[in-house]
Design a protein around this ligand. Sequence first.
Ligand SMILES: O=c1[nH]c(=O)c2[nH]c(=O)[nH]c2[nH]1
Length: 340
Amino acid sequence: MPWTSSNRIYAKPSNTSSVQDEDMGPANRRRAQAAPTAAADSNGRFELSDHGYGKNSVKLLHVHRDGDFHTIREFEVSTELKLASESAYVVGDNKEVVATDSQKNTIYLLAKKYGVKTPEEFGAVVVNHFLYTYKQVAEAKCHVLEYPWERLQAGAPHNHAFVYSPTATRWCQVSQARHEAVIVKSGLSGLRVLKTTQSAFVDFVQDEYTTLTDAAERIFSTVVEAEWTYESMRSADFDDAWLTVKDAILDKFAGPPDTGVYSPSVQHTLYQAEKVVLEKVPEITWVKMTMPNKHYLNIDMSKFPANVTKGDPKHQIYQPTDKPAGLIYAQLRRRPRSKL
Ligand SMILES: O=c1[nH]c(=O)c2[nH]c(=O)[nH]c2[nH]1
């Protein structure tokens, strides 16, 4: 979010001078004396090019009890405020500072008051609250990370027991600057997948730097990260969109259970998954995926005598190498509609 210099207020607000020394305890007096003015501090040589403060990872469990049928969602919520004034930083004046401890309390109180429907909607409630309660807040951000609880299936869906199923982590970042629209970015991280066939990498540049040979058949494994934004808060079904993104990735990576789907490269598989996301969720404006190529290397057994390497051809051994990994990403967005 760009910040114009008009947001910056260097002068210490004049009403601070009306505070008499006698009103201060010794510690406050020491602090007030120590606080430099902006000019004395930097002589205009420096300017804050960014700032913000908040509470990190406030953990919260939301239980919705509907008779015997309970639903849970567990979150880590982080807040960040950018004040219009830089006084807290530059001259040590805390008058406009909403304490990070109060920000933590606010998260609990808003969750109690409004419930937590989706991370995105709760994030919007939080940023709205800060902007409209405190006029000195110029921008508010809220990051929500959701723990992957699923209802326990014990023959039937259990009324009140859940199992931790960390297939992927869901998160969102909601931000709003004063007089501007809410911006929602959602994401999925840590979706680790591997397939044992239907992956190749051939026909790439061959030159004096190349040792890699064409692989018509290889292991394909990655840990997918994805993030995307929405056109507006209003029309989107955030839970449904998140599941659609996860399913698009799994479907384009794996294909049908019996035959799979051929991947000529990580790049192409990533692109295919992003295309499905934009096709299926019209509210998403762009989607970015990152797929590190977690290499599983063939082990050269040719140097060993035949009698030791001879084994059941059904057994194939690879060497997993986490690092280095190829790092492949792309962002796909909608082209503006032609006016013709
Ligand atoms: O799918 C791949 N894309 C690459 O760009 C690449 N580079 C590489 O060494 N292996 C692979 N695999």
